[in-house]
Design a protein around this ligand. Structure first.
Ligand code: F6R
Length: 618
């Protein structure tokens, strides 16, 4: 977690840093801070709580010209070591206050370094792991910041993205990363660093993605890159063609609502270049174009598919299981990355590993991938972030073209992850002949309709808003379903709990009577997701069982189904598609329900308590 920024140029650094931090606030909002270098004096200002408190703090000083300076670094914190407080906020400085450091990550050997530095007379101020870095750099500083950084890196264990400035060197920012994201933006007469691209877009679209242990030295006119030994290296810039407004709220009250509404486009973008349906040509495996990612027939020889991911991405993986087993007849095991990596898993060289992560930086997910890779596995990454660690380390990368996802609660990343998984499942099915040409043609035709169908659901969002206004105070909300609908229930319950703090759970509907039904009482809202046609009668009985215990029941089902009209207290309709594709649609009413519940409770759905967007700690 945590977001870092850095600027060196000709403008006043304070507003540039604050604007950059605003774009990164989703990464943590326990505290914020900046260090500005002006008139050869390093000025550090920091404040506990959201960025607005720092803004308030620096406003008058900046207006009075007391924070002038055209280079600086900034930080927005998600606390790990040390409680949120002014003292523990970044930037951290060495004892003399001439070196300032912002850090995203965790220094694992900080306790050892702290006691070693104390033995060398260093007095610590904070409880953070980061402070050791500032002192360590000072310890090695001999008039050359780059050299001091390379020496210090030799002693650091753990993960870091660092921005470092030194009062004695007003012409450069040194930045380095290992296992935490960091992007360098190359402008004209100005250069920047940031944890994520949106913070750079106002200034440049030419970016460099640092690899692990690579160091960037930014001056006003140039950026130079070095390896960990301080040897100069060449790097190629990438051009980011996102629309800057894609990283803004675009008229919506919250990023989450905007991102829910972006799903039709995100689904189209994720699908478009990957299918080649043409009425005059017959449909076969070539109708799916996964060549761009290097997918060939050899992948279809897999005996097993293993999926590892966290949170929402793991829920996508469960849907992937149903799709792979149904269409490609390949046994599939979706696993929570933080469980997978510690359970001494069994490897087979013919396995396919699919690793799913919106950010491409989730620590447990990366660790699961590295474990699989070390054991010879072939890895397909599904991620939304170009140049992310996951994208760089996997054998094949399939991007979800969802655009930046800023809200902490994942929405468009989920549905586009599903789109990718279905495409792989259909491709494998076609290559293995477990899917007939007719079935493939039907499936691809249905996929092409999904974006417009998602749009239609969004067009009826007032129904969900009205329902939420009646139900938002419910103390218990249980989602239930079978097969694909069960996986969507897991995701729906997660969405609701994380942004509205409602106690919500998901159950496989058939399991209800094996225990969970004991929780059902008149204070319960049950939302049954019913899109698996052959299981309608079973679902109807399950809904009735909960209603008999006093629960209110809402049902999400197809628009042309009247099966539940008499059972449900409320019905939400989705357009007809193949039963196996419904997750991309049935989750949308649940996303909206979670969003409106959060807003009605007076909460900020973009910034749920205790959560951060990118979970780069284990
Ligand atoms: C929930 C949510 C999280 C993430 C999880 C994995 O709305 O966003 O559960 O899905 O932290 O993140 P990524 O996909 O970035 O690996």
């Amino acid at each position: 977690m945590c977001g870092i920024v850095g600027y060196i140029g000709r403008e006043d650094a304070v507003p540039v840093l604050l604007k950059g931090l605003k774009k990164l606030e989703y990464r943590g909002y326990d505290s914020a801070g900046i260090a500005v270098l002006g008139a050869r004096r390093l000025l550090v200002r920091k404040s506990k709580g959201a960025l607005k408190y720092l803004e308030e703090k620096v406003d008058a000083e900046f207006s009075a010209g007391e924070l002038a300076g055209t280079m600086g670094i900034g930080h927005t914190r998600w606390a790990t070591h040390g409680e949120p407080s002014d003292i523990n906020s970044h930037p951290h400085t060495d004892v003399s206050g001439k070196i300032a450091v912002v850090h995203n990550g965790i220094i694992e050997n900080h306790a050892k370094l702290r006691s070693w530095l104390k033995d060398h007379g260093v007095a610590f101020r904070s409880a953070t792991d980061t402070e050791v870095i500032a002192h360590l750099i000072d310890f090695h500083y001999n008039g050359n910041l780059l050299q001091a950084v390379t020496e210090s890196l030799k002693r650091l264990e753990g993960s870091y993205a660092l921005g470092i400035i030194c009062e004695n060197e007003p012409e450069r920012i040194v930045a380095v990363r290992k296992e935490s994201p960091l992007v360098v933006g190359a402008g004209k007469g100005e250069n920047l660093i940031a944890s994520d691209v949106p913070a750079l877009l106002e200034y440049t679209r030419d970016v460099y993605y640092l690899a692990d242990r690579e160091i960037a030295v930014l001056s006003r006119e140039s950026v130079e890159f070095y390896n960990e030994d301080g040897v100069c290296i060449e790097k190629k810039a990438s051009h980011v063609d996102w629309d800057a407004s894609a990283a803004e709220k675009g008229g919506y009250e919250h990023f989450m609502l905007k991102e829910i509404h972006e799903q039709p486009k995100a689904l189209t973008d994720t699908l478009r270049a990957r299918i080649k349906t043409n009425a005059s040509k017959s449909i076969d495996s070539k109708s799916i174009n996964l060549e761009e990612i290097g997918f060939d027939a050899s992948w279809a020889e897999a005996n097993r598919i293993v999926i590892a991911a966290c949170g929402t991405a793991w829920h996508a993986g469960i849907i992937g299981k149903y799709a792979f087993e149904r269409f490609a007849r390949i046994p599939t095991e979706p696993d929570i990355a933080s469980e997978y990596r510690y359970r001494n898993p069994i490897f087979d060289p013919r396995d396919i590993f699919i690793i799913i992560s919106q950010s491409g930086e989730t620590a447990d997910t990366l660790a699961a991938m590295r474990l699989a890779k070390k054991n010879g596995a072939r890895i397909i990454a599904i991620t939304n972030v170009v140049g992310s660690t996951l994208a760089r380390e996997a054998d094949l990368v399939m991007y979800t073209w969802a655009g930046p996802e800023i809200a902490v609660a994942s929405t468009k990343a989920f549905t586009t992850q599903l789109m990718c998984l279905y495409l792989i499942a259909f491709q494998l099915g076609a290559l293995r002949n477990t899917l007939s040409k007719e079935e493939l043609a039907r499936a691809l035709a249905a996929l092409e309709l999904i974006p417009a169908q998602a749009e239609a659901i969004l067009g009826a969002k007032e129904n969900i808003q009205r329902f939420a206004s009646q139900q938002f105070n419910k103390s218990k909300v249980f989602y239930m379903g079978r097969l694909f609908d069960y996986a969507v229930s897991l995701e729906s319950a997660l969405k609701l709990k994380e942004i509205s703090y409602t106690h919500s759970e998901a159950f496989a509907a058939g399991e209800l009577k094996h225990g969970p039904i004991a929780l059902v009482d008149p204070s319960t809202l049950v939302v049954a997701i019913c899109t698996q046609q052959e299981l309608f009668d079973k679902m109807d009985s399950n809904i009735k069982e909960t209603k008999a215990r006093g629960a209110a029941a809402a049902v999400i089902t197809y628009e042309d189904v009247s099966y539940f009209d008499d059972t449900a207290d409320e019905l939400f309709r989705i357009p007809r598609t193949l039963d196996s594709l419904t997750p991309m649609l049935s989750v949308i009413p649940a996303q909206l329900y979670a969003y409106y519940t959060s807003v009605l409770k007076g909460l900020d759905p973009d910034k749920p308590r205790n959560l951060a967007k990118s979970v780069t700690v284990e």
